[in-house]
Design a protein around this ligand. Structure first.
Ligand code: AMP
Length: 419
């Protein structure tokens, strides 16, 4: 029986990879320009890190983690997100000793046991950027500016920035109680999951996709009406800095984000091109995360971009599909040796050249060059070799010319690299 990939785990094929590489390259360029450095963290961590960092009463920890016992009986988890691991690494390697402010980014796969559907997979990829060690609202706006700049650079339009403030340890408990009281009176309208959430984490009900739950919560009290003095000040500053950077935003008091660790600023960028799974990226401030995972009192802010959703938004641009610059069509044994030598020289120069390995006829080699969309074909038949003048065919305008064997590499390089 043929073995297939696991449901929700996707291959990224050669025809798609150009787009992925472009997105990753652009992220590196933009983020490094904003002073961020890359960090690579393991895909496997102790379960405790996520349970404490993300929060026990979140959907991720309750039902979406790929957790298992290893052979020594340790509970390990395939990372469902990167922030907790990045914070762990920052503490473990005492990056704060060198400079308390760390601007870090990371790119890689995440794992969540969700019901696969379009835009939602069990292995998906995120680009994460985090700033540790700064509580100043200026950084909230800076991170959002970097995110929107990146999205613009990869070519995504029609996006909407939504922001909210989730308060802090001082003011959120009062809001939580108020929300709970409001929902208690209407609990019969809530789905089974939300009835449970009402006890464990009522804010999570905002994220529920069930229509009756959405209707019930529509008139609920707003978190922004319960902010303490300091949180109001922080939020106002964030808005002011966003305006200074020329960024438009929409206030969305219902956006609470799925993870427990967020405090104060929360934001999402949504696209109306995406349908129900419309959040391309989201993030926020998490000034309690470090304490939860056993660290110091260090503020943090960051975002995660879902790469699959981002790439779904990009036009399927042909320029990302790699084509050979040259196909060397060679006929007999001697010509094939020459083709092999030439192809190797071109490869060492970084020029994508292909040849036939199967001893096919010239006609079928030309067909292959056409299929691969090679820009040029070099015809090296018996006749051409004898004359010492192979033929170079331009596949775009179909023109042909003879090229002297002596300076073959130089002329080819010149023609191929010219445009
Ligand atoms: P989160 O860590 O839940 O805030 O997610 C950040 C971003 O990751 C989202 O905005 C999505 O673009 C993406 N994302 C989250 N979960 C999935 C998933 N199961 N499949 C694909 N993308 C996802």
């Amino acid at each position: 029986m043929e073995i297939k990939a696991i449901r929700g785990f996707n291959d990224i094929l050669p025809e798609e990879i150009g787009m992925w590489q472009f997105v990753e390259r652009t992220a590196r360029e933009v983020f490094e320009g904003f002073g961020f450095s890359e960090i690579r963290i393991p895909v496997l961590e102790r379960t405790e890190l996520f349970a404490r960092g993300i929060g026990e009463a979140t959907d991720i920890v309750e039902k979406e983690m790929y957790s298992f016992l290893d052979r020594s009986g340790h509970s390990l988890t395939l990372r469902p997100e990167a922030t907790a691991s990045m914070a762990r690494a920052y503490l473990e390697h005492q990056l704060h000793a060198f400079d308390p402010v760390a601007k870090l980014y990371s790119i890689g796969p995440m794992f969540r046991y969700e019901r696969p559907q379009k835009g939602r997979y069990r292995q998906f990829h995120q680009i994460d950027a985090e700033v540790f060690g700064v509580g100043n609202p200026m950084v909230d706006a800076e991170v959002i500016l970097m995110l929107l700049h990146f999205l613009k650079k990869v070519g995504i339009g029609r996006l909407e920035l939504q922001i909210n403030s989730l308060g802090c340890r001082a003011c959120r408990p009062r809001y939580r109680e108020e929300l709970k009281t409001f929902l208690m009176k209407r609990s019969f309208q809530l789905c089974e999951d939300c009835q449970r959430r009402l006890e464990t984490n009522p804010l999570r009900i905002f994220d529920c996709k069930v229509e009756t739950c959405q209707e019930t919560i529509a008139d609920a009290p707003k978190v922004t009406d319960f902010l303490c003095e300091e949180c109001i000040l922080h939020f106002n500053k964030v808005k002011e800095y966003l305006e200074m950077a020329g960024l438009d935003y929409i206030l969305n008091p219902k956006m609470v984000r799925g993870l427990d660790y967020y405090t104060r600023t929360a934001f999402e960028v949504v696209s109306y091109q995406l349908g129900s799974q419309n959040a391309v990226t989201g993030g926020g401030r998490y000034d309690n995360l470090f304490q939860e995972i056993g660290g110091l009192d260090i503020p943090g802010i960051g975002f995660a971009i879902g790469m699959e959703r981002l790439i779904a938004l990009l036009s399927k641009d042909k320029k990302f599909i790699p084509h050979p610059s040259l196909f060397i069509a060679a006929l007999n044994g001697e010509a094939q040796r020459e083709a092999y030598r030439l192809a190797n020289q071109l490869h060492l120069e970084g020029i994508r050249a292909e040849l036939d390995y199967e001893g096919k006829s010239l006609k079928s080699q030309m067909r292959k060059a056409d299929k691969l969309k090679a820009r040029f074909v070099l015809i090296l038949g018996e006749e051409e070799l004898k004359k010492g003048r192979p033929i170079l065919r331009n596949m775009e305008d179909k023109s042909q010319e003879e090229i002297p064997m002596e300076n073959l590499l130089g002329i080819l390089k010149d023609k191929i690299l010219r445009d």
